[in-house]
Design a protein around this ligand. Structure first.
Ligand SMILES: *Cc1c(COP(=O)(O)O)cnc(C)c1O
Length: 371
């Protein structure tokens, strides 16, 4: 059996170090808001090339609290419009509606799966305040173009980097393009904790300070509450684990790139559309292949064909946000590119511990698939 992603094997690579770190935290008697968090925040900011990283409880909170912080700082108000890709994972949109802001869904480019900058500009109104690009599947969105548009219309940019730790464009990493960026360290993400965790990266000190208050009941100083905050903290034990896994992230990503390159060069089947490669004209785009997403008109048959021989695949995602029950008022709207993507995509196994042998088997099977 070839699993889609083997989390046990991924963490087993660092078994001894992870156990030592857990033991250190257990024996320290200090479990929240201590040295482990401080170290990880410092190291993760350093990795992304930003001045600040603020640990929070999960990736959704990273996005929710950043928008919330901008409201507290007077930069946003209820009803302001936030431009977001229509094919994103629903969390990006939940962060907007949770803040009483209005999501404006904008279609992606079919070849990159990322938000189309031309359509962003067409969607701007007098109420637009934020662009929330998502680096979907591990590929950076068109950030140079997006930052140009943001500058021209004086908009804030919040990157959703939950799927793209370490991805680069023109030598600049995810999390270091916008005014702020939300990361998730959910176990299945490229940098995964052993539980829930998330972070915001930014170069804006005022925003960083507001986030530190918001995640801790709105308090900078014990028993003094500046704003009505929440409890959204990153535990010491998860911070210690993440700091170890961060050291190996580049190595893990390199393995994903080797597998992606094998798939890109060896899968040859007219029924299958492969993703674009991970390199742009400047030879600098470094896709981190959180997911290897192909398209086919015969998705159900391909998924069954692979499952019957023990290859697990997943669909990211089967239902677009505007067709969800949670957003009933959008159910009749039409986003044809997103709808096509949601009907045709299927994700092949990829990850830091997928063996070369298994990857070659996936290639052979994809090549032998007939409708
Ligand atoms: C995983 C994910 C999130 C949410 O992260 P959690 O840690 O699960 O809350 C947000 N956006 C995208 C694109 C994601 O893939």
């Amino acid at each position: 059996m070839i699993p889609f992603l083997d989390l046990r094997a991924i963490n087993a690579q660092y078994h001894a170090e992870l156990k030592d770190a857990c033991a250190r935290v257990i024996d320290s008697g200090w479990y929240i808001g201590g040295k482990e968090l401080e170290t990880f925040e410092h190291d993760f900011a350093d990795y992304c090339g930003t001045q600040f990283a603020i640990g929070v409880a999960n990736g959704l909170d990273a996005l929710i609290l950043t928008l919330r912080a901008w409201k507290e700082l007077g930069k946003l108000q209820d009803g302001d419009e936030v431009i977001v890709p229509s094919n994103t994972y629903i969390a990006s949109i939940l962060a907007i509606t949770a803040n009483n802001l209005t999501p404006i869904l904008v279609e992606p480019n079919l070849s990159t799966y990322n938000i189309d900058p031309v359509k962003i500009e067409q969607a701007i109104t007098s109420k637009t305040r934020v662009i929330l690009p998502v680096h979907l599947y591990g590929r950076l969105a068109a950030m140079p173009e997006i930052m140009e548009i943001a500058k021209k219309y004086n908009l804030l940019v919040l990157e959703d980097s939950a799927q793209s730790h370490g991805a680069e464009l023109n030598g600049r990493k995810a999390g270091n393009w916008g005014h702020a960026s939300g990361f998730s360290f959910y176990p299945g993400k490229n940098l995964g904790a052993l539980g829930d965790a998330g972070a915001v990266t930014t170069n804006d000190e005022e925003l960083a300070n507001m986030l530190k208050a918001l995640r801790n009941y709105g308090s900078h100083e014990k028993y003094k509450n500046l704003v009505p905050g929440v409890n959204s903290r990153l535990d010491e034990i998860q911070a210690a684990i993440l700091d170890i896994k961060l050291k190996y992230l580049e190595k893990d990503t390199e393995h994903r790139r080797l597998i992606a390159n094998l798939y890109l060069t060896q899968i040859k089947n007219p029924l299958i559309t492969l993703p674009l490669d991970g390199v742009d004209a400047t030879k600098y785009t470094q896709h981190v292949w959180h997911l290897f997403v192909i398209r086919t008109d015969h998705r159900e048959a391909l998924q069954k064909f692979l499952a019957d021989v023990g290859v697990q695949t997943l669909i990211h995602y089967p239902v677009p946000p505007h067709k969800q029950q949670a957003y009933k008022k959008w159910n009749d709207l039409s986003y044809p590119i997103s709808e096509q993507i949601h009907e045709e995509v299927i994700s092949l196994p990829i990850g830091p511990t997928l063996t070369w042998e298994d990857a070659e088997k996936v290639v052979q099977l994809c090549n032998s698939f007939k409708a």
